[in-house]
Design a protein around this ligand. Structure first.
Ligand SMILES: *Cc1c(COP(=O)(O)O)cnc(C)c1O
Length: 395
């Protein structure tokens, strides 16, 4: 079955009423026929029919055995880390999502779980970092914001050889573009806040496991810790998923056009987009991704934070905001926003300069988006020149 058909038909028709839209079971508890005898639902933290429809759907889309829905992407990540015990080690991608870095380093390190960060675009770096205590390998591909791509199948082989769980944060690709479990990953997590829900209207997280054994462990943690997704938000995520593969196709088509325009733009220095043949990891991205995604990053020929700041304030269609993956285009300046808490040296070494701008390319017409960027570049440059001329005159 093709992706879009699979997507629509992995969402069930309600068995009780025939409702084609999944009903929102807005309830805390379920009446039992006799003590302990019920229809599979006893309390909504443990199980809820609306959430279950979403969980079964994402498990199918990621080609896993079990799916679980959480109150945020970070709650989903937290559930996976809770598989570990004191003394265990994590090997993680070095330009990991900031929130995951904060959770690993500032919450779990104090419980005796240590983390090594390596550049996972070279799989040998992962193999070299493995010790007998390594229990979890954590990668994102593509990463945020410079879109580094790691070879998931090669890393899965290393993980399997050492009996280590491989978890892939698939937020930037989505299952419409990349299926890590097919490449050998044990667990996939999502910030469903981004592409999966797709409309910038909620916060949610998902975990999918490759096996029922791992699934049962995540289920236990989900119920024990309680960071579940509410029925209404589960319904909204399902509604978003119905158009996921269509959206991803269009996000990628728009992003490719914009990335190609960026290559021609004089004010732009580096363009980061896995769909460009000049991208460092283009070949591996081509091998493991069906689409290259909707996020582009670029920095300026003049590495000037003020100029970059004027550009992100000067776009009209690209709205200046954190987050990504919604139908409307967003832009941000990572050094002042998403990556502000990362020390400057560490930031620079991962390519996040003061003029690096990240675009989440939405579903507007690509030509309109390009016009918007052109006018923002021109206006910002004029402002900069005007300021410099004033300074010269004042002297
Ligand atoms: C946003 C994001 C998260 C965190 O998800 P929340 O829903 O904000 O908790 C995790 N990983 C990646 C790659 C993200 O972009």
């Amino acid at each position: 079955m093709k992706e879009q058909t699979l997507t629509l038909h992995s969402i069930p028709v309600d068995a009780l009423t025939g409702s084609i839209s999944v009903p929102i079971y807005q309830t805390s508890t379920f009446v039992q026929q006799a003590a302990g005898i019920h229809k599979g639902f006893d309390y909504s933290r443990s199980n809820n029919p609306t959430r279950k429809a979403l969980e079964d759907c994402i498990a199918q889309l990621e080609n896993g055995s079990n799916g679980y829905a959480f109150a945020s992407g970070l709650a989903a990540i937290d559930a996976v880390v809770k598989l570990l015990e004191t003394g265990d080690e994590i090997i993680a991608v070095d330009d990991i999502y900031g929130g995951a870095f904060r959770l690993f380093t500032h919450v779990y390190q104090k419980f005796g779980i240590s983390v090594k960060y390596v550049d996972s675009t070279n799989s040998a770096n992962i193999a070299n970092a493995v010790t007998p205590a390594t229990k979890l390998i954590w990668i994102e591909s593509p990463t945020n914001p410079t879109l580094k791509v790691s070879d998931i199948a090669a890393i899965a082989q290393i993980a399997k050889a050492h009996n280590i769980v491989l978890c892939v944060d698939n937020t930037f690709a989505s299952p419409a573009a990349q299926k890590p479990i097919n490449l050998g990953a044990d667990i996939v997590v999502h910030s469903a806040t981004k592409y999966i829900s797709g409309h910038s209207d909620l916060i949610a997280g998902l975990v999918v496991t490759a096996t029922p054994q791992l699934g049962d462990k995540i289920k236990f943690i989900q119920n024990a810790s309680g960071a579940i997704l509410a029925p209404f938000d589960s319904w909204l995520v399902i509604r978003g998923i119905e158009t996921l593969s269509l959206r991803i196709r269009q996000h990628a088509e728009n992003a490719q056009k914009i990335a190609e325009y960026m290559l021609e733009e004089k004010l732009v220095k580096n363009v980061y987009y896995p769909g460009l043949p000049s991208h460092h990891n283009h070949e591996i991205a081509k091998k493991q991704q069906k689409y290259f995604g909707g996020v582009i990053a670029f920095d300026l020929a003049i590495d000037d934070k003020q100029l970059a700041s004027a550009i992100v304030s000067g776009t009209k269609l690209f709205k200046l905001a954190e987050s990504l993956g919604g139908v409307k285009s967003l832009c941000c300046l990572p050094c002042e926003m998403t990556h502000k808490s990362i020390p400057a040296e560490k930031r620079y070494s991962s390519g996040v300069t003061d003029s690096l701008i990240r675009l989440s390319v939405g579903l507007e017409d690509a030509d309109d988006l390009i016009e918007d960027l052109k006018q923002a570049f021109a206006t910002a440059l004029q402002q900069k020149n005007a300021v410099e001329n004033t300074v010269v005159t004042a002297n």
